[in-house]
Design a protein around this ligand. Structure first.
Ligand SMILES: *[C@@H]1O[C@H](CO)[C@@H](O)[C@H](O)[C@H]1NC(C)=O
Ligand SMILES: *[C@@H]1O[C@H](CO)[C@@H](O)[C@H](O)[C@H]1NC(C)=O
Length: 404
């Protein structure tokens, strides 16, 4: 009896502890709709207002701002934009009202040592063009609005008015399509901030490379070309690139990064799972589905497929050279099968998180931002890295070629 009640007490105690752990880990931040931007035509694909989630800075972080651009692929034609229009990636009406902040967005020093007390803002992605689009005309039949660049500017103006105009530190960051945004908009972000502020950019899984797919077709180049044409992005891509190259090529970081003047840090897996699935071996290039299992789980790749992926890694490293040797560039290129490693606690900052040179992404990025250490590390080829958290996809949850 006594033993039993002790056990029950212990059990209740562990439940309480567990729920406390979850409560301290779970930070939910309310949505803010940007109604003021609507007069300037800064709207989502469906014409609804843009939105963001802002958790205020505190203590020594009140004048520091981490701006995190949400990712979620792109839409490249009327068909794919229409199917996105009534989802959270095309309409703020479909977005959840509270978003969980974790990893680089956490407000706890034990989870996020350098940025926990900054203003942390997650800007919702609802334009389908990595915030580059700007077409005035709206087709009355589709009612699609291509206004990503206006959304970017309107949100930044709102945040400047809310205190970012006094920023001492600022980072433009993001993951996937949002990581691409942080590269494409890096210098224009810097230009909006006060002169004396320390401003840097950070891209997680945003270094999409221009290579042919396994069938030899330029699939990603055509896809990005469609995005740029449909959204009228050309005038909002970095002029240092569009003055030299066709606009569709200026959607690729490798053609843009060398001219970015603001310090830039890249985190990317050399075998980025989105890029393997959608750039190297998209379904259109693999009609018989030979790559299907391999794309779900790197442990299921044949030795020939692994060889092809090693070739992809070399292509990635060649494209990375465009970043230039400057110490204002930092990079953390690990050999994992992953995509987006900074908003998830387990890959951002935990005892068992991915490491290069014995440093987690959180420490490498924090030290680089505060000029404590430069960081330029490329991992040895797969499967040498034992710190990876390789992604395994469930085909029911992650159907192919759904942008994520
Ligand atoms: C739109 O783009 C998708 C994805 O690339 C493609 O499968 C589809 O054929 C395109 N549709 C049209 C009408 O061009
Ligand atoms: C890596 O870091 C851990 C914890 O800081 C330390 O205990 C360990 O000795 C380091 N290993 C190497 C190889 O530097």
């Amino acid at each position: 009896m006594v033993n039993g009640s002790v056990k029950v007490k212990q059990w209740i105690y562990s439940l309480l502890t567990l729920s406390m752990i979850f409560r301290t880990e779970g930070l939910f931040v309310n949505i803010t709709y940007l109604l003021s931007g609507m007069a300037k035509g800064a709207v989502c694909l469906d014409g609804s207002s843009p939105a963001y989630h802002h958790d205020k800075g505190f203590g020594t972080g009140v004048n520091s701002w981490l701006i995190q651009m949400e990712g979620g692929g792109w839409c490249n034609n009327v068909t794919t934009c229409l199917s996105r229009k009534n989802t959270r990636l095309g309409s703020s009406k479909q977005m959840v009202k509270q978003l969980a902040f974790s990893g680089i967005l956490s407000n706890k020093p034990q989870f996020n040592p350098d940025f926990y007390n900054w203003n942390r803002v997650k800007i919702r992605y609802c334009d389908g063009s990595s915030f580059t689009g700007d077409v005035q005309a709206v087709n009355p039949i589709t009612n699609l609005h291509f206004r990503g660049a206006r959304v970017f500017l309107a949100v930044m103006e709102d945040l400047l008015a809310k205190g970012m105009k006094n920023a001492e530190n600022a980072i433009l960051s993001g993951c996937s399509a949002g990581g691409l945004t942080s590269i494409l908009h890096c210098d224009s972000f810097k230009a909006l901030l006060p002169m004396g502020a320390k401003v840097k950019c950070f891209s997680d899984a945003g270094y999409f490379i221009n290579v042919k797919d396994i069938s030899g077709a330029p699939h990603i180049e055509e896809f990005f070309g469609d995005v740029v044409r449909l959204h009228g992005s050309a005038k909002n891509l970095p002029p240092s690139c569009t003055s030299r190259l066709k606009p569709n090529l200026c959607f690729f970081p490798q053609n843009v990064a060398q001219h970015v003047r603001t310090p830039l840090f890249l985190v990317n897996a050399a075998y980025d799972s989105w890029q393997i699935k959608n750039i190297l071996a998209p379904s259109v290039a693999d009609p018989r589905g030979v790559w299907r299992n391999c794309k779900l789980d790197i442990l299921r790749c044949s030795s020939r497929q692994l060889q092809t992926m090693q070739g992809f890694r070399l292509g990635f490293l060649r494209a990375l050279i465009a970043l230039g040797p400057s110490s204002s560039r930092g990079y953390f290129i690990n050999s994992c099968y992953a995509h987006c490693q900074t908003e998830v606690q387990e890959t951002w900052f935990r005892a068992d998180s991915p490491k290069l040179a014995n440093k987690t992404i959180a420490i490498a990025l924090g030290d680089w931002f505060f000029d404590k250490n430069s960081f330029q590390k490329i991992d040895c080829p797969y499967p040498c890295d034992k710190t990876c958290h390789n992604r395994v996809f469930d085909p029911n949850v992650h159907p192919f070629d759904i942008d994520m």
